[in-house]
Write a protein that binds this ligand. Structure first.
Ligand SMILES: [Fe+2]
Ligand SMILES: [Fe+2]
Length: 304
């Protein structure tokens, strides 16, 4: 374990950057050297890690320990892969117990989780301060496959197309009756926390799955969208005072805007993906200070 304490992070001092990454997938050998290149630009940089670090608990811990040793502070939220229970993993925990185990691991490392108070990142002018809200929300099959109107129809369509997320076999929802029930419980408690947050302090919401459906529209297999989020969060970027939304999971790194709010997909992805496209936005995305143009975003989409 790292010598860092599990106490609240030191407030950032306004010098560093707020960076983000997701989908390191360090359980894949060729991704390990990529993850090893994740370095801060100064000793004051903070890092958001938005899920899919690895599958086995020990690998997740080692990767977060390394990052916590490099960055001034690390904020983590789980992806679906952390929540898989693989036969080869000595940590046999499933579902919520597995998540709670990872939260304990993070706290020992001094890493902020969705169960902790939202840490305050300093910054100046339009760039802060902000509160970073790591959120763990899952999905509830409401991003349905085209032409379907129920979860059952949508899942059946995915099976017909041969596009079925491995979560169906490895991400156990225990003790919840289903993954969508677990999602609804997470959405309810997260919504209460966001509603209780001081509206004067903008939020950077960071989760593994996108808050809105629109980013899934460019996926190769539309049937996969049902494992990518929930319609229950469709208006959160409008309802709450949100400076930016960070997500991953899609393995389509880009920046899009919905209703004037910046969404950053920050994934590294699988070797077959980054070998083809490279890392066009670099390995780490700078969330704040925002270094793009506010007036004419490269891509504008309205989530209505
Ligand atoms: Fe991933
Ligand atoms: Fe994922």
């Amino acid at each position: 374990m790292s010598p860092k304490s599990a106490s609240a992070p030191r407030p950032s001092d306004g010098r560093g950057r707020l960076l983000a990454v997701s989908d390191l997938h360090v359980g894949i050998a060729d991704n390990k050297p990529v993850a090893d290149r994740l370095r801060p630009t100064s000793d004051a940089d903070w890092l958001i890690v938005a899920g899919d670090v690895a599958e086995q608990a020990e690998e997740v811990e080692r990767a977060l320990e390394t990052l916590a040793g490099r960055f001034a502070h690390v904020v983590w939220t789980p992806g679906n892969h952390e929540l898989w229970t693989l036969d080869k993993d000595p940590v046999r925990l499933r579902g919520q117990e597995r998540y709670e185990h990872l939260v304990r691991v993070c706290r020992e490392l001094g890493v902020t989780t969705p169960e902790d108070p939202y840490p305050r990142w300093q910054g100046e002018g339009e760039d802060g301060p902000v509160a970073i809200a790591p959120v763990f929300l899952l999905y509830d099959y409401t991003f349905r496959a085209p032409g379907t109107s129920t979860k059952e129809e949508s899942l059946a369509r995915a099976h017909e197309a041969g596009v079925v997320c491995t979560d169906e076999f490895l991400l156990h929802p225990d003790p919840h009756p289903s993954r969508d029930a677990w999602c609804r419980a997470r959405v309810a408690l997260t919504e209460r926390r966001l509603a209780a947050h001081d509206p004067e302090v903008p939020l950077v919401i960071a989760g593994h799955w996108p808050l809105v459906r629109e980013p899934t529209s460019v996926m190769w297999y539309p049937e996969f969208a049902q494992w990518c989020g929930t319609e229950l969060t469709a208006d959160w970027h409008r309802r709450f005072n949100v400076a930016a939304v960070v997500y991953g999971h899609l393995h389509i790194p880009r920046t899009t805007w919905y209703d004037g709010v910046r969404f950053e997909e920050v994934s590294i992805g699988y070797p077959r993906e980054w070998r083809k496209r490279g890392h066009p936005r670099g390995l780490l995305r700078q969330i704040l200070p925002y270094d793009g143009t506010r007036e004419a975003p490269a891509v504008t989409e309205d989530a209505s």
